[in-house]
Design a protein around this ligand. Structure first.
Ligand code: ATP
Ligand code: MG
Length: 436
C-alpha cells in the first residue's frame, strides 16, 4: 500500500524541471518574488498546494501558498509588506496590492506530535502547532495532489506521496489512512467533492468508502468554517457539478437538511436549483459577480414556501409576511449548521418575501416596486423560476419589458392615468388591490 509509510520516513521523488510542465508563467509575479527572496536569504522556499496542482493542469491558479523553513518572524523581517496572522499557528501574509501570498513555516502533523492531547475524543485535530521539516510538513496535508512542493531553487517538484502521478491520472487520494484523515478533519470530505467538481478528478474508492456512513461528522464542524466552505463550494464556478457530487455522497443534506428533504420529494425543485447553479457558474465564467444570498434563497425556497403556507393557515397574515416569517425560521435552523452572516440573510429574506408582489401589475404601488432596492434580485429570482417553467411567463415578460420603457410607456403599462378624476383614481386603486 502506498502513502501509509511513517511520516517523515520517506525520501521524496524529485521530478526535475525537464520532466514536468510547471512553468513560472503559471505563477503570479508576487508569488515568485516571495519565493525568490526567501531562497536568496538562504531558506528553503517552495510553492505548495493548489498552486502547483493547478499549474500542472494549466488552470492558471490564483491562490498561492508558500512553504518554508523560515520561522514567521524570519519571514516578517524579509518583507516590509508582511503581517503575521493566526494564534494557534502563525502564518505570514505578504501583501501586494490586493493579492496576498500566504507563507507557512513547515510544521509536523498532529499525529506526529507524540501525545494524545492533539486530538479530541472523536479524533479531530485540535492542535497542530509544532514546527517541523518539509518531510514532516507533507504528512499533514490532505490529498496527494495537494502535497507537491515546487522548489524555486532549481524548479524541480518534490513528491513524497505519489501526488504527481495522481494529478496526471486525475485522482483524489488521501495521504495516509483515509478513515483517520477524515476523522481528524471532516471538512476533508467537502474538500474531496470540491476538488472533484472543480478539477474533474475522480474521488478514489478508498476515500469514498471512508466517507460512507460518516458524513454526519460534519455536524461537529464549527458553523463559521462551514460557511467559508460553502462559499468555496458554490462560488468558484463549478457549483452545478459540485452540488450533484455533494448529493451523491450524501453530504448536501448535512449542510442543508431541509433543502435535501425538499429535493428528494420534488423533481421540479431539483430543476430550479440546477438552473440557478448553472446560471451562477456562467456568471463566474464571464467574470461577473455572484452573491451567496441569491443561491441561499434558491436552496431555501421550497422549505420556506411550505412553512409559509403552514404559518398562514395558523394565523391571518399576508403572503409576503408569511414568507418573511418562514424565511426567518428556516434561516435560524440553518444557522446551527452553517453560520450565514446577517448581511446575506436579511436581503435573502426580503428577496423571497417580495415574490408575491410581481403579481400586482397595476397602479402606483406596482410601478414603485421597480425602485425597490431589492427589486433586481427579486426579479432575477422570479425570472429564473419562469425560465424553468415554474413561474408565470406572461408576468415575467411584463416585468422584463417595463424595465426598459420610457416613463410614458410605463405609465401606460401599469395603467396609470395621467391626471384622472379623483373618483376614477380611487376606483382603479381599489381594483388593483383586489387583484393583489
Ligand atoms: P484552492 O486554493 O484551489 O482552494 P488548495 O489546495 O490550495 O486549493 P487551500 O485551502 O488553499 O487549498 O489550502 C492549501 C493547502 O493546504 C492544500 O493544498 C493542502 O495541502 C493544505 N490543506 C488545506 N486545508 C487542509 C485540510 N483541511 N487538511 C489538510 N491539509 C489541508
Ligand atoms: Mg490554495
Amino acid at each position: 500500500m502506498k502513502n501509509t509509510g511513517k511520516p517523515g520516513s520517506k525520501a521524496p521523488k524529485i521530478i526535475r524541471r525537464a520532466a514536468h510542465n510547471v512553468t513560472r508563467d503559471e505563477i503570479s509575479k508576487s508569488a515568485l518574488k516571495v519565493l525568490y527572496r526567501l531562497h536568496k536569504a538562504g531558506y528553503q522556499s517552495f510553492l505548495v498546494g493548489g498552486g502547483v496542482r493547478d499549474a500542472m493542469l494549466e488552470l492558471h491558479p490564483k491562490d498561492f501558498d508558500i512553504a518554508t523553513n523560515a520561522t514567521p518572524d524570519e519571514v516578517r523581517s524579509l518583507f516590509g509588506n508582511c503581517r503575521l496572522i493566526g494564534r494557534r499557528f502563525r502564518l505570514a501574509h505578504v501583501r501586494f496590492g490586493r493579492e496576498i501570498i500566504e507563507v507557512a513555516t513547515f510544521r509536523a502533523a498532529a499525529n506526529h506530535a507524540d501525545d494524545d492531547s492533539a486530538h479530541d475524543t472523536e479524533g479531530r485535530i485540535i492542535r497542530d502547532n509544532v514546527y517541523g521539516t518539509i518531510d514532516e510538513d507533507v504528512w499533514r496535508r490532505d490529498f496527494t495532489c495537494n502535497a507537491l512542493y515546487y522548489n524555486i531553487a532549481d524548479f524541480s517538484i518534490w513528491d513524497y506521496v505519489g501526488g504527481f502521478e495522481d494529478v496526471k491520472r486525475k485522482r483524489l487520494v488521501l495521504i495516509g489512512d483515509p478513515e483517520q484523515r477524515l476523522r481528524e478533519d471532516p471538512v476533508r470530505m467537502l474538500r474531496a467533492v470540491r476538488f472533484a467538481g472543480k478539477l474533474g478528478f475522480t474521488i478514489d474508492k478508498s476515500v469514498v468508502d471512508a466517507m460512507r456512513g460518516h458524513t454526519n461528522r460534519l455536524a461537529n464542524v464549527p458553523a463559521a468554517r462551514l460557511f467559508d466552505e460553502f462559499l468555496k463550494l458554490f462560488q468558484t464556478g463549478f457549483a452545478k457539478r459540485t452540488f450533484d457530487l455533494l448529493r451523491e455522497h450524501k453530504l448536501f443534506g448535512e449542510l442543508f437538511p431541509a433543502t435535501e428533504e425538499a429535493l428528494s420529494e420534488d423533481e421540479e425543485f431539483v430543476a430550479f436549483v440546477h438552473a440557478a447553479l448553472q446560471n451562477s457558474d456562467k456568471r463566474v465564467a464571464a467574470g461577473q459577480s455572484v452573491t451567496p444570498m441569491f443561491l441561499l434563497g434558491v436552496f431555501l425556497w421550497l422549505p420556506v414556501k411550505k412553512l409559509a403556507a403552514v404559518r398562514r393557515a395558523e394565523e391571518k397574515m399576508s403572503e409576503s409576511q408569511s414568507l418573511s416569517l418562514a424565511s426567518y425560521e428556516i434561516v435560524s435552523q440553518l444557522q446551527r449548521r452553517i453560520s450565514v452572516p446577517k448581511r446575506f440573510t436579511v436581503p435573502m429574506r426580503e428577496m423571497l418575501a417580495l415574490q408575491p408582489r410581481f403579481r400586482t401589475v397595476r397602479g402606483k404601488r406596482a410601478i414603485k416596486f421597480l425602485e425597490h432596492r431589492r427589486f433586481r434580485a427579486a426579479y432575477d429570482f422570479m425570472l429564473l423560476q419562469s425560465e424553468v417553467g415554474q413561474g408565470d411567463e406572461v408576468l415575467a415578460k411584463f416585468w422584463t419589458d417595463v424595465q426598459t420603457q420610457s416613463a410614458e410607456e410605463r405609465a401606460k403599462s401599469f395603467q396609470m392615468q395621467t391626471g384622472p378624476g379623483k373618483k376614477r383614481r380611487r376606483r382603479r386603486r381599489h381594483k388593483s388591490m383586489q387583484e393583489s
